[in-house]
Design a protein around this ligand. Structure first.
Ligand SMILES: [Cu+2]
Length: 274
């Protein structure tokens, strides 16, 4: 009976560990360039542990919140060795998934993780580590190992778990939308397109000068000629390219040539960011 209880605890721990890992991934998601971010995730839910021949099959599902991931669900499955007491070693895999579904983090419980029962074998303290094994969304390239701490109450069938540590978020940067236009077609003071559209985020406008006059590409922080210039490419001669990259929210932005008099003469357009 004691062994069974231990196995159950182990299973719960594994689930908890999985949850923690998921949280870590979420953190990575938020950050664009590779960065080390402190991560914390807390979940509580239901766990079941079935022991057969000293092998504890653990299954757990909980809800909570995690850094970067936000409101999320943790799920985990694992196995524990119920023959070991009072601390049952367990392993398993799990995932933290944002309620929105946009971000998920998967993890594997690192060997050495255990669930230790109290004297009555009803309440188990979970201590272990969870290694991040993958993710989606902004956490697609998250990595790291998180500390797992938690409690599994066998009688109630409930658990609470916490994942803490640092996650390395690597290159989950969304690609910039690249928009290509030409400047000065037929030697007019205009761009080849009067309007452009892009999704919110990083946007690059590449402008090839096809006229005899020098031109560049720049973006104003708004749709009017009075809006402030927020990015400006170099002024180039015929055949060369001028470009700007900016991160934009939804809205309307005016792209212009900043060579004196060109915008006023018609060398501008509107970039609609949705
Ligand atoms: Cu110009």
């Amino acid at each position: 009976m004691t062994r069974t209880r231990i196995a159950l605890v182990a299973a719960t721990s594994a689930v908890l560990a999985m949850t923690a890992l998921g949280t870590g991934i979420a953190l990575a998601d938020t950050t664009s360039p590779a960065a080390v971010v402190p991560f914390t995730a807390k979940y509580a839910g239901k766990a079941t542990v079935k022991v057969t021949n000293n092998v504890a099959d653990i299954s757990a599902t909980g809800t909570g919140t995690a850094t970067i991931i936000g409101a999320s669900t943790v799920t985990g499955k694992g196995k524990g060795d119920a023959s070991r007491q009072p601390c049952v070693p367990f392993t398993g895999t799990g995932a933290m998934t944002a309620s929105s579904g946009s971000t998920a983090l998967s993890f594997a419980v690192v060997p050495g993780s255990t669930g230790c029962g109290d004297e009555s074998g009803n309440v188990f303290s979970i201590i272990g580590r969870a290694k991040v094994t993958g993710g989606t969304g902004s956490l697609a390239k998250a990595s790291g190992t998180l500390k797992i701490t938690g409690v599994y109450d066998r009688g109630a069938g409930t658990f609470s778990i916490k994942f803490t540590g640092n996650l390395t978020t690597a290159g989950a940067t969304p690609k910039a939308t690249v928009l290509r236009i030409s400047g000065g077609p037929r030697n007019k003071l205009a761009f080849s397109k009067k309007t452009l559209s892009a999704s919110a985020g990083r946007v690059t406008i590449v402008m090839k000068n096809v006229s005899a006059s020098p031109h560049n590409i720049a973006i104003r922080n708004g749709a009017t000629a009075k809006s402030k210039i927020i990015a400006k490419g170099k002024v180039v001669r015929k055949g060369a390219v001028s470009k700007v990259t900016v991160t934009l929210k939804k809205g309307r932005y005016r792209y212009v040539c900043t060579v004196r008099g060109h915008e006023a003469a018609g060398m501008w357009g509107i970039l609609v960011v949705k």
